[in-house]
Design a protein around this ligand. Structure first.
Ligand code: HEM
Length: 279
């Protein structure tokens, strides 16, 4: 892997870890100010008994609704990276801290009146999105450590290049071998997937065929070298597959975060319609 590639890999890691500290914790500060302001206002202006329908409750509800729309907009923003002050890292930083502040602002808006109704369903869905977001943040922070422990200092590209180099050596080492051994090696080169299912992995098959041939009455002289290369390839494949699996697990939280976002948007429309037209 080139030095440029390594720098790119590191930059990606920094993007994921660095968003929490972005701009000297600017968005944490903004979120805290919002939270303290909301609690102060609640104590000062909320009537007794408190209600989401007071003027202050409506204010909190409006702020929460606008925050939800803005938080959901990250899905669009992520796919249109433009240079400028508002970097994607800045967006994610604001998203995370303001998303957490939303939990408090929306809770104050409910005035703690919960029940088996559409409004509480909306609130619960919103908390689900926020909780899944928190899981995502924890995973993003843990990701570089977990992945690099498995990679043993290799980058993803280096892992693949290592497998390609072993394939090249295997191809040459198999040339003088018997047709059965050569076919097994070809199977390894052609059919050793890294992602998806690898129950019928060509390398695993080749390892057992070459082992059997080595134990035969007149083992081919070149079999030892091929067995050594296949062992190295098995190790490299296992590592690359673990890497792919960890990355897939680390993305799994988005399968809750994103669909639940759509559910929240739908529930928000229903909540607003119910409040204004059926209250
Ligand atoms: C109601 C509140 C929230 C909504 C509607 C929301 C919505 C979204 C959406 C639509 C995306 C883009 C996903 C994609 O297209 O890949 C996203 C990404 C993300 N959200 Fe949230 N989110 C909310 C709250 C939170 C909270 C509270 C956190 C953290 C504590 C959080 C953490 C994240 C992270 C880390 C990403 C990924 C950013 C990246 O890929 O770089 N979200 N969210």
């Amino acid at each position: 892997m080139s030095a440029g590639g390594q720098t790119r890999g590191r930059a990606k890691t920094i993007r994921h870890v660095g968003f929490l500290r972005h701009g000297g914790f600017r968005w944490l500060f903004v979120a805290l100010v919002l939270c303290f302001g909301a609690v102060w206002g609640y104590q000062r202006f909320e009537p007794d008994p408190p209600s989401g329908g007071s003027w202050y409750g409506y204010g909190l509800g409006t702020v929460a609704a606008l925050m939800i729309l803005w938080l959901a907009y990250l899905g669009v923003r992520k796919r249109s990276i433009t240079p400028g002050t508002w970097t994607l890292k800045g967006w994610v930083s604001a998203h995370v801290y303001l998303g957490m502040a939303l939990a408090l602002i929306a809770t104050l808006h409910t005035a703690f009146q919960f029940g088996w109704n559409l409004h509480t369903l909306f609130y619960g869905l919103m908390l689900l999105v926020i909780a899944s977001g928190l899981v995502g943040v924890i995973l993003y922070v843990a990701m570089p450590r977990v992945l690099s422990a498995n990679r043993a200092e290799l980058t993803e590209r280096q892992m693949l290049e290592q497998i390609e180099a072993l394939d090249q050596q295997l191809h040459e080492a198999a040339l003088p071998l018997s047709s059965e051994a050569a076919a097994a090696v070809r199977g390894s080169i052609r059919n050793s997937p890294i992602g998806g299912l690898h129950g019928r992995c060509g390398t695993a098959r080749a390892v057992s065929i070459i082992e059997r041939l080595r134990r035969g009455p007149v083992p081919d002289a070149g079999l030892d070298a091929v067995a050594g290369l296949l062992n190295k390839k098995s190790g490299a494949l296992a590592r690359a597959r673990r890497h792919a699996r960890i990355k897939a697990v680390l993305q799994a939280w988005l399968y809750i975060h994103v669909p639940a976002t759509f559910a929240v948007l739908a529930a928000m429309v229903a909540h607003i319609v119910a409040v204004f037209f059926y209250a």
